[in-house]
Ligand binder design. Sequence first.
Ligand code: BJW
Ligand code: ZN
Length: 256
Amino acid sequence: MTTETIPQIVYDKLIAARVVGAFTGAGISAESNIPTFRGDEGLWAKFKPEELANFNAFMKNPKLVWEWYSARKKIIHGAQPNPGHLALAELEEIIDEVIVVTQNIDNLHRRAGSTKVYELHGNIERNYCIKCGENYADEVILADELPPKCGKCSGLVRPDVVWFGEYLPQDEFAASEEAAQRSEVFLSLGTSGIVYPAASIPQVAKYSGAFVIEINPETTPLTEIADVTILGKTGKVLPEIVNTLRSIKRKGKNID
Ligand code: BJW
Ligand code: ZN
C-alpha cells in the first residue's frame, strides 16, 4: 500500500511490537540540511560517486577527495538532529527495543539520543592512517594542508567511511542482520535502497516476517517489499507517528 497519510495498521503493528528495527539513509538527515547523495539536489548531482567515494580515486587525487570530505565534515559538524531523528530516539520510550541500522556517517542518531545504533558505512568523525592504522581526530588533521599525513609514518590519512568496492564492517553488518531477523516491525527511512549490501537489510527483515513500513517522499526499489509506503518526509511523519502512539498508550493506561 502506498499512501500520503498514516494508515491505522501502522499504529496497530507498532503498539503490538516488542522489537522494532529502523534502516536509515541520507533522507532522514536532509531536514538537518545535510545534502543527500542522489537526485537533483543530491551530492552526486555535482560529483559521480565513483569519482570520489572509492580508494583508487583517493590514491589518484587525495587532495580533491579530502576537499570534498573537509567540506562535508564542516556541514555535518554544524548540523543538529531534526524532528525525524528525535522521534526515532523517542520511540525507545514506547517500544521495548529499538535498533537503528544506519547507512549515514553523520552521527546524528546518537546525538538525537538513540542508544542502539549500527553504522554500516562508517563515521565521518573518525580518520585513520592507511599505512599504520593510527587514528586521528579532525582537529589534528584539518589544521594543516590537505591531504593530511600521518605524524608517525607519513602515510596518507583517510576518513573512516566505507567506499565503493570496500567491505562493510563485518560485526556491524552481522548485528544488523540479526536485528532485522528479530524485528517485528521494520522501518525503512529516507533511503534510495540501491546501495548493497546495506539495502539487503530491510529484505532480511521482510523475509523473516517483519511488517515493513517505508517513509520517503518518493517510491524506491524497497517499496516493492514494504507493506506500507508513506509518501512523506521523515521529519514530519515520524513525530506524528510517535505522538499518536503516545496518546494511544496513555488512553490504554486510563482504561486499565
Ligand atoms: C527523504 C527526504 C526526507 C529525501 N525524508 N526521505 C549488488 C548489486 C549491484 C552492485 C553491488 C552489489 N553489491 C555490491 C555492489 C557494489 C556497490 C553498490 O551497491 N553499487 C550500487 C550503487 C549499484 N556496493 C559496494 O561497493 C559496497 N561494498 C561491497 O559491496 O563490498 C563487497 C566487495 C568488496 C570488494 C570488491 C567487490 C565487492 C560498499 C558501498 C559503500 C557506499 N558508500 C557510500 C559513501 C559513504 C561515505 C560517504 O558518505 O562519503 O554510502 S555511497 C552513498 O550511498 C553512502 C550512502 O550511505 C549510500 C546510500 O545512499 P542513501 O542513504 O540511500 O542516499 P540517497 O541520496 O541515495 O537517497 C536519499 C533518499 O532520501 C531518496 O530516496 C529521497 O527520496 C529520500 N529523501 N528527503 C525522507 N526529508
Ligand atoms: Zn601512519
